[in-house]
Design a protein around this ligand. Structure first.
Ligand SMILES: Cc1ncc(COP(=O)(O)O)c(C=O)c1O
Length: 435
C-alpha cells in the first residue's frame, strides 16, 4: 500500500518510508491510498472474536500488504496484552476504558504498536541511530518513551510544555533515563509540535541525523487506534446494545477521532461521532461555522487536549474530500469548560460511584447532552483519573488515592533539560547530542 501526503505536493511512499519519515516532505500528513472495507460477515460475527483477533483483521486491512502475516500478528498480540473493556456508567452510557496499559492512557496502543513496527523495520534494514522526536501534551511522551525504552539504536526525545503537564505525567517520562531524554520547552504544546515539525523540514538536520516522529502525525501511531473502536462495538453487540451507536471522543490533536472515522469508513456500524473539546475548541467552531480558525492554546484541567491547531484536522478534511457538509453528517461537537468538567466528575462520582478523569468527563458530558432516544453512547475514557491527582483530589477530596503502579513512577528522580521554544536552539542541541 502506498501512502500519499495530504498536501499532495510529493509522490506517494511505502509504509516503511511513511513510518520512518513521520511527516511528508511537503509538510502534509500521510494517508493510506485505499481504506479497505471489511466484509459484512466480519461484522455479523464480530461479537464472537477476541480483542486481538479483531485487531488482527483491522491491522491486516491497513498493513497486510506490507508486513508478513506472522510478524503483524506478533506485533498486534504483543501490543495488546491488556484489555480495553466497556463499563456501564449510566443508562445507555458506557465508558471505553483505555487506561489499562502500562502508562495508563490510550496512547499505549498506538505507541507500543509503532515501537514494535519501527523496531522490525530497523532490524530488517540493519539501521542504527534512529532519533525519535515526540511532542507531548501529557500522555504521548510516557507511552512512546515506555514503548521504546531500552530499544537498541533508538533515542527518544520527548518535548513537553514546561508547567503544563501533571506531576505524574511528567514523572512518567522524565525518570526513565537510558535512551530517553526529556526536553522541558518554555512554551505550549503547539510550540513543542512546531519544533518537531520544523526539525523534519530542516535539510541540514535530516542530512546529519535520522529523524522519526512518534506523534499521531505518524501513521503507525494513529491507525492502530482504530482497533478499539471495533472492539467497543463487539462488546456492545454482545450486550445487545449495538443497534444505534454514538461514540464520543475527547479530542485535542484529533488523532483518536480520526482513527475512529477510518473505522467507520471500513464499515464499522457506528452511527455518528461526537467530538468533545475543552476550551480549545477549534474543531467545534469549525463544525459550527465551516471555517477553520486555529487559535493559540489555553491551559485547562483536561491538559492533554490543550491544542489550538490540531494536526490531524488535515486528515479529516482529506478523508471527507474537504466537504464541511460530509464531515458534519458524521461528526458533532461539544465544548466543555473547566467548571463543567469539575461538575461532571463530581456529579457522576456521587450518583454512580464511577470516577472520570478530566478528559473522559468532557466525553461523558457531551454524551449526556447529545445522546438521542434509542442511541447507545460510548465515551472514550482516555486516561486513568490518578494521572490528574491534583484535580481529582480538588474535586473528590482526599479519599482519592493513587494506584500502586503509578506510585513507582513517583519515586524516580525527574531529569529534564530546559529548552527555549526557538528552533535554532533546538537544532543546535540536537546536532550536539547526535548519537
Ligand atoms: C488523556 C487524553 N485524552 C484525550 C487526548 C486527545 O487525543 P487526540 O490528541 O488524539 O485528539 C489526549 C492526547 O494527548 C490524552 O492524552
Amino acid at each position: 500500500m502506498k501512502y500519499y501526503s495530504t498536501n499532495k505536493q510529493t509522490p506517494a511512499v511505502s509504509l516503511q518510508e511513511a513510518v520512518t519519515k513521520g511527516l511528508a516532505s511537503d509538510k502534509g500528513l500521510f494517508m493510506p491510498e485505499t481504506i479497505k472495507p471489511l466484509p459484512t460477515e466480519f461484522f455479523d460475527t464480530i461479537e464472537t472474536l477476541s480483542f486481538q483477533e479483531i485487531a488482527c483483521r483491522v491491522a491486516d486491512a491497513f498493513f497486510g500488504e506490507d508486513i508478513p502475516a506472522g510478524t503483524l500478528k506478533d506485533i498486534v498480540y504483543d501490543t495488546l496484552n491488556f484489555d480495553i473493556p466497556i463499563v456501564k456508567v449510566a443508562k445507555h452510557i458506557y465508558s471505553l476504558e483505555l487506561f489499562h496499559g502500562p502508562t495508563l492512557a490510550f496512547k499505549d496502543v498506538g505507541a507500543r504498536f509503532m515501537a514494535r513496527l519501527l523496531s522490525s523495520f530497523i532490524s530488517k534494514q540493519g539501521r542504527k541511530n534512529v532519533n525519535i522526536l515526540v511532542a507531548t501534551s501529557g500522555d504521548t511522551g510516557s507511552a512512546v518513551a515506555n514503548g521504546f525504552l531500552g530499544v537498541e539504536g533508538v533515542h527518544v526525545y520527548v518535548l513537553y510544555p514546561k508547567g503544563k503537564v501533571s506531576e505524574i505525567q511528567e514523572k512518567q517520562f522524565t525518570t526513565l533515563g537510558r535512551n530517553i531524554t526529556a526536553l522541558e520547552v518554555d512554551g505550549t504544546f503547539d510550540d513543542c509540535q512546531a519544533l518537531v515539525k520544523a526539525a523534519f523540514m530542516d535539510g541540514e538536520l535530516n542530512k546529519r541525523m535520522l529523524l522519526t516522529s512518534a506523534n499521531s502525525i505518524n501513521v503507525a501511531r494513529f491507525l492502530p487506534q482504530a482497533f478499539y473502536y471495533f472492539h467497543a462495538y463487539a462488546q456492545l453487540k454482545r450486550r445487545g446494545e449495538a443497534d444505534r451507536v454514538a461514540v464520543c471522543v475527547p479530542s485535542g490533536n484529533l488523532g483518536n477521532i480520526t482513527a475512529g472515522l477510518f473505522g467507520k469508513r471500513m464499515g464499522l456500524p457506528i452511527g455518528r461521532f461526537i467530538a468533545a473539546n475543552n476550551n480549545n475548541d477549534t474543531l467545534c467552531r469549525y463544525l459550527q461555522t465551516g471555517v477553520y480558525n486555529p487559535r493559540p492554546s489555553v491551559a485547562t484541567i483536561a491538559n492533554a487536549m490543550d491544542v489550538g491547531d490540531p494536526s490531524n484536522f488535515a486528515r479529516i478534511l482529506d478523508l471527507y474530500g474537504h466537504s464541511h457538509e460530509a464531515i458534519t453528517a458524521d461528526v458533532d461537537g461539544i465544548t466543555c469548560a473547566d467548571e463543567q468538567i469539575r461538575k461532571t466528575i463530581k456529579d457522576v462520582y456521587l450518583t454512580t460511584g464511577y470516577l472520570l478523569d478530566p478528559h473522559g468527563a468532557c466525553g461523558y458530558r457531551a454524551l449526556e447532552e447529545r445522546l438521542e432516544a434509542g442511541e447507545t453512547g460510548v465515551f472514550l475514557e482516555t486516561a486513568h483519573p490518578a494521572k490528574f491527582l491534583e484535580t481529582m483530589q480538588d474535586v473528590i477530596g482526599d479519599q482519592f488515592k493513587i494506584p500502586a503502579r503509578l506510585k513507582t513512577f513517583m519515586k524516580g528522580e525527574k531529569k529534564s533539560l530546559p529548552m527555549p521554544k526557538t528552533f535554532e536552539d533546538f537544532k543546535r542541541y540536537l546536532l550536539n547530542s547526535k548519537i
